[in-house]
Design a protein around this ligand. Structure first.
Ligand SMILES: [Zn+2]
Length: 213
């Protein structure tokens, strides 16, 4: 049967009678004046880690890029298709966001696959394998650490990956320049889907701690 998913239609009806009608004016202003979000967030595609939900953000507040395992690739102006880099370029150069947040999350399937040397490609193209190879050196080091349990290795790589992505962000010349000029700041965060805890990365040490509530 070729039918639009019923739960989406139900949700849309709720949205129109609820949030949209409450914030109609805001949507109208955004439509006329354009968006000017202050924050770009790089999050995972995982259905349990939606940034707008976690940060309780309304329309126009967050510019969101989602990809498998919330990774930022290094700056590679090589004429290939770079969807995440295109989003970064637009957010920084056109929207001039003042914050970039890389948000990882617990039980990330992409990170789990990166730690599993036996993981079989899901298709011939092995797009996930190729994408996750961005983390290969870190994944190999962590995977061979037998002192840690599997869950600890997973959490470690989820956090190392955030630091890795932040290092890659700084390979983009316009991000590095704006950060040095003090007009852009870069942050890391990690969301625990099982408890709802949010952990924030300390920019100097790279350690993750919970914010005061
Ligand atoms: Zn994930």
């Amino acid at each position: 049967m070729h039918r639009f998913p019923a739960n989406l239609l139900d949700g849309y009806r709720n949205f129109m009678t609820g949030r949209y009608s409450e914030q109609q004016q805001r949507y109208k202003v955004l439509a006329e004046t354009g968006q000017s979000p202050q924050t770009l967030i790089v999050a995972c595609c995982d259905s349990r880690a939606a940034p707008e939900t976690i940060f309780d953000c309304g329309p126009g507040e967050l510019f969101v890029v989602r990809n498998v395992a919330n990774m930022v690739p290094p700056y590679e102006p090589d004429g290939q298709y770079h969807s995440t880099s295109a989003a970064l370029e637009f957010a920084v150069q056109a929207l001039q966001v003042s914050n970039i947040v890389v948000m990882g999350h617990g039980r990330c399937g992409g990170i789990k696959a990166a730690l599993d040397p036996e993981a079989e490609p899901l298709s011939e193209g092995d797009f996930i394998g190729r994408w996750m190879s961005l983390l290969k050196p870190a994944a190999e080091q962590i995977a061979s650490n037998s002192i840690l349990t599997a869950a600890e290795r997973q959490r470690a790589l989820e956090r190392v990956s955030i630091r890795n992505s932040i290092a890659n962000l700084r390979t983009f010349p316009y991000i590095r320049d704006r950060e040095q000029a003090g007009t852009l700041s870069v942050h890391g965060a990690w969301f625990d889907i099982s408890t709802g805890e949010l952990w924030i990365m300390n920019g100097e040490t790279g350690d993750f701690t919970r914010p005061g509530m």
